[in-house]
Design a protein around this ligand. Sequence first.
Ligand SMILES: [Zn+2]
Length: 694
Amino acid sequence: MRLKFTFWPATVAGIATFALFVLTPLAARAQEPTKSDTHGIAVGNMDPSVKPGDNFYQYANGAWIKRTEIPPDRGRIGVFTTLDDLSNKRTLGLIEEAVKENAPAGSNNRKVADLYTSYMDEAGIEAKGLDPLRPHLEAIAAIRDKRELARALGESLRADVDALNNTNFHTANLFGLWVAPGFNDSDHYAAYLLQGGLQLPDRQYYLSDSDRMRDIRAKYQAHVSAMLKLAGFSDSDARAQRIIELEHAIAEKHLSLTENEDIHKANNPWKQSDFATKAPGLDWAEYFRGAGLSNQASFIVWQPSAFIGESALVASTPLDTWKDWLAFHMVEAHAAVLPKALAEERFAFVGKTLSGTPQQRPRWQRGVALVNVLLGDAVGKVFAQRYFSPEAKAQVEGMVANIIASFRKRIEALSWMDPATKAEAQAKLTTLYVGIGYPETWRDYSAYEVKADDIFGNIWRGGLFAYHRDVNRLGSSVNRKEWSMHPQTVNAVNLPLQNALSFPAAILQPPFFDPLAPAAVNYGAIGSVIGHEISHTFDTEGSAFDSKGRVRDWWTPADLAHFKAATARLAAQYDAYKPFPDLSVNGKQTLGENIADNAGISAAYDGYRAALGAKPAPVQDGFSGDQQFFIAFGQNWGSKQREAALRQQVMTDPHSPAEYRSDMVRNVDAWYPAFNVQPGEKLYLAPPDRVQIW
Ligand SMILES: [Zn+2]
């Protein structure tokens, strides 16, 4: 979970490499009934007039697509957002119970209640005006020299980035801290430092020549000026211009997202004493003192060139420009809990201009999201007890065991893989920790002070609490079973440095998983998700980490060459998909995720057949077991997306658009007899053209 309160959707803020899905911003009201009424595939969502072999996505989802409209407060809607709605409503219910309970001071429930209540108190926020912000702006105004600037920059450091788990490379602070198992010693927590300093989502927004980016930059300049004016600054146009020039200069030093994702470029251990010589400009001793990291001997610097560039900019840019930059970033980060004029100005830019979302989510949903960010485990513990039964957990554990077993067989049967590589892949499956539903231990919030009438302070202290928690465990032993998501999150994740997976309770719900649904449906839906995440542990991304989560290449060059040849055909298959006449899917950019989908559905299918044993699959609603399996898989991807959001995904995201993820069925032999798919139908592939990776 991202620990900053800015509501950047991950689709804008960064790319979710190891997460299964593009993280969606929190959802609005439920529009669609889930499959829970029927315990099986959603027959009413299908369009039987379409031939499965011509357009499987429409066949599985056509009726739903026809009758569904994208609500004005979001960029997309689909199974994930519908389930998000459900999870948010349930979480709200738990928060409201906590409010009614009037729990003792200091208890988790009291903190949940007070945090939510303080966020919902719009009249209180309005009445306080700019008061909560004032001491922070005064502290910035009092900075006298570059040494004090360095300390203030250090004080702004937060644990708000995450390079590999809930992948988020964006922080508006000068740099970001990520505390995670070390690249070179995965038994202990290390300090990773990442580039930062930009408000806009990525360097492209400052540097690209496209009309869209030019237009965004013009509107951004007006926005910065408007925010400064509302916060009481004089001369706001000139200040805005200088702030944006500084951010532009920072953007020039930044690495691109593609470069960020290459962990081999990121493994740069620097001693604290190296910073002053390797990246002169910033007073590093003062910076680390401000950050409370004076005693931290070493760091892993993710993007050395950006640190060199940004540090030099601290020296070369006038102090007053940096002070304006700090002040604007302070205002922008807290606009959501400042008077309406500021909150609305920020949404007009971030919501409408950047994301194309015409309307803001209802306040209660933003309140739930805030509780999830700052007290996610407190409410998540109750969520898991209430909405995920021990029987459901046992059932999913059985599915996971079957799917892992089918992966073992598939790896053993590979003709091209070196025995030594196979052995390490099998070792990774042996040590793989799969978290189902909820973590075994819960975060301790006792050091986090929450007040019922101080939302600004609650958020400020929440960011510091999370930061200190991470700083305090630097160097200590890694808990490989720790989660980076909450039970109420609708997603799934692979944690490569821990060799672990998490499947939160909120995704283990219909339509993905239903304890009462036929096995065919559960394996087709959540089974393929489980298979997807498992395959990441030993694909070309996962192969950078060994069975203990250490960075170590365990693939032989010959294995890699074979793998590349096999996967090139899958890349070519995806290159041919065209969501728009002028825009194709990028087969290379989406290859890792497509491989995981390819492997996921195959392993889930094997797991399903193994679960059946010798018994015939029950027919339901006139569909055979195999038909239910594939339709359930296709219905994972039922969704609608605004054009701007879809174009952005095609250009920047490693996940293919939903429709083409559903088309993966054409590579599975069993799909053909299940729907009697014949040559000449649009998705038909002759057996040699079907791609099987694992
Ligand atoms: Zn994935």
